[in-house]
Each structure stands twice: as C-alpha cells, then as structure tokens.
Design a protein around this ligand. Structure first.
Ligand code: NAI
Ligand code: 15L
Length: 270
C-alpha cells in the first residue's frame, strides 16, 4: 500500500468492489475520500468505517441512478472481466456502462476512472509497440465492450464535460504468472498509484493510458498520457526466472503467442 494522503473527493464510488481489483483497492481508497461508496452485484459484507455499501446490478438503470446520488467521482471496475457470450457482455459491460454515465450526468459527477482493458488492442502483435492514439483492434466481445466504454466516455466528455481516464489495464494480479505477463503485469501497488494519479491529476479531460508496471519488455507506450503523472515503481523482472523455468519454449504458430491479447484472441465461441 502506498503512503496515505489527504482526501481527493467527498464521496467516491467504487464499483466491482467484490472483485480481485476491487478487494485490493477498497482499503486503499478509503483514505482518498471522506466517504467511499462500495458497490457490486455480489455481497460486500458490512460497511467498514468511512464506507457505504450498495449491492447493485449495473444493468438495473433505476438502481444505478440511485447509486450515483451524491457521488463526486467513480472508479468503475464492475462488470464481466473476461470473455463471455455477447448477451451477457451486453448487459453487464455495455448497458451497465451506459447506465453509469447517464447517472453521472444526471447527478453532476465530475470524473470517472474507467477500468478498460488491454484487450481493446489485443489483435496487435507482440512484436508491435502500441500507444493510446492508435486505432483499437479488439480481440473479443469483452474487448469490444471495453472499446464501447471508451467511446462512451469520449462522448460524455465532449458533450457533457464529464472527465474520464480510461485505464487499459494489462494483467493486475499478485504475481506475473506466465511469459505474456512479463510484459503486461501491473502490481497492486502500481494499480493504486495509477488510480490515485487518475483521480488527482488536475485536468484529465478524456485520457487513455495503459496500466502496467515498469516492466523491461513492454508492448505499450504511454508517452501521450504523461499528463496523468503515473510513475510505476514495480517490475515483473523478479518473476522472470520462475516464469521461464515453467515455460521454457514458446509455440510461435499459436495465435495466443503472436498477439498481445494472448488466449483472448481465440476464446469462445459461446
Ligand atoms: P473481477 O471479475 O474479479 O471483478 C469484477 C466485479 O464486477 C465482480 O465482483 C463482479 O461481481 C462484478 N460484476 C460483474 N457483473 C456485474 C454486474 N452486472 N453488475 C454489477 N457488478 C458486476 O475482475 P477484476 O480482475 O477485479 O477486474 C476489475 C475490472 O478491471 C474489470 O472491469 C476488468 O474488466 C478490468 N480489468 C482487469 C484486469 C486485471 O488484470 N485484473 C485487466 C484489464 C481490465
Ligand atoms: C483482462 O482484461 C482481464 O480482466 C484479466 O482477468 C486478465 O485476463 C487480463 O485482461 C490479461 O490480459 O491478462
């Protein structure tokens, strides 16, 4: 956990708070706001000091409207986080994101940090370096839904002035588990740094940034998002020896090895 700081917002909403990243961020974001409203489809347990808890399905428009009441800023992690049948993705990630932005507009929410994904550009090859200004190449219905979320955020900024930082998160887990993650990994401490930078940077407008630690071999160039002020401090290198021992060779004919999206490029059909 990084060092505590003064609150950035009066009421901050964290969606997807029961998930892997939500559980990591929940205790870390309490210090960044006066009240942390945590929400998920799943049970979140009792409210901790400084918290409010609301169990909400993102596709429930009326419930999401109530969820945003009094909220100054959102860290939006909620939704399906891997490939699924299109109809399920549609409800959780597309209708859900629309409901969130519409509620933000109605309630005057100022800023949203949107958990997008590297799968928005998963069909670039692993021998290419991609930056946030390049065209999207989604690798799945999941990646498509995140591209929709990014476009939705662009529209709500251009028309209504709601600021968004889209985080194209790589692989944020306790450890880098395979060769691909040596490039895509982001530690939970760096995730916290990235989210806090996105919440505290004075002007973000509509911004897109890849979420990765300071890894040696990378596929993404964040030069165009320097204004966010994100400074990763961790690296996947400590995991390299164990990963390479477990996975000594790579099959260069496998699309999951050729493309940045890994297994997502061949997931399904559902
Ligand atoms: P997760 O699957 O562990 O958590 C997602 C949470 O959203 C779950 O608690 C789930 O109950 C909730 N949820 C799902 N459908 C919902 C619905 N219809 N209404 C309300 N809540 C719903 O995923 P994780 O790893 O914590 O990721 C968080 C966010 O970050 C996701 O949006 C994911 O797409 C994104 N992301 C995560 C990456 C990672 O490496 N962990 C990489 C790239 C993006
Ligand atoms: C994601 O978008 C997923 O949410 C996460 O579970 C990982 O699969 C990650 O991408 C990744 O690409 O490793």
């Amino acid at each position: 956990m990084t060092s505590p700081a003064t609150p950035l917002y009066k009421r901050l909403l964290l969606t997807g708070a029961a998930g892997g990243l939500g559980r990591a961020l929940r205790p870390r974001l309490t210090a960044r706001c006066e009240v942390l409203r945590v929400s998920d489809l799943a049970d979140l347990g009792a409210a901790q000091p400084g918290e409010e808890v609301q169990q909400v399905a993102l596709q429930d428009r009326a419930a999401v409207l109530a969820l945003l009441d009094g909220v100054d800023a959102v860290v939006h992690l909620g939704g399906l986080s891997t490939e699924h049948a299109f109809d399920d993705i549609l409800q959780a990630n597309i209708v859900g994101a629309y409901n969130l932005y519409e509620a933000a507009r109605i309630h005057g929410t100022r800023r949203i940090v949107f958990a997008s994904s590297n799968h928005v550009t998963g069909f670039y090859r692993q021998d290419e370096v991609v930056n946030p200004t390049m065209p999207v190449r989604p690798d799945s219905y999941y990646g498509l839904s995140k591209a929709f979320g990014e476009n939705l955020a662009r529209f709500y900024f251009d028309r209504y002035g709601i600021e968004t930082v889209c985080l194209r998160i790589g692989s944020s887990f306790p450890e880098a588990k395979d060769r691909r993650m040596l490039a895509t990994w982001m530690s939970y401490d760096d995730l916290e740094r990235l989210v806090v930078a996105s919440l505290s940077s004075p002007v973000v407008g509509y911004s897109v940034i890849y979420g990765m630690s300071d890894n040696h071999h990378v596929w993404w160039d964040n030069t165009s998002a320097k204004h966010i002020g994100y400074r990763p401090q961790d690296s996947s290198e400590p995991f390299r020896a164990a990963v390479e021992a477990r996975q000594p060779t790579l099959d260069l004919t496998d699309p999951a090895v050729l493309y940045q999206g890994g297994g997502f490029v061949k997931a399904g059909p559902f």
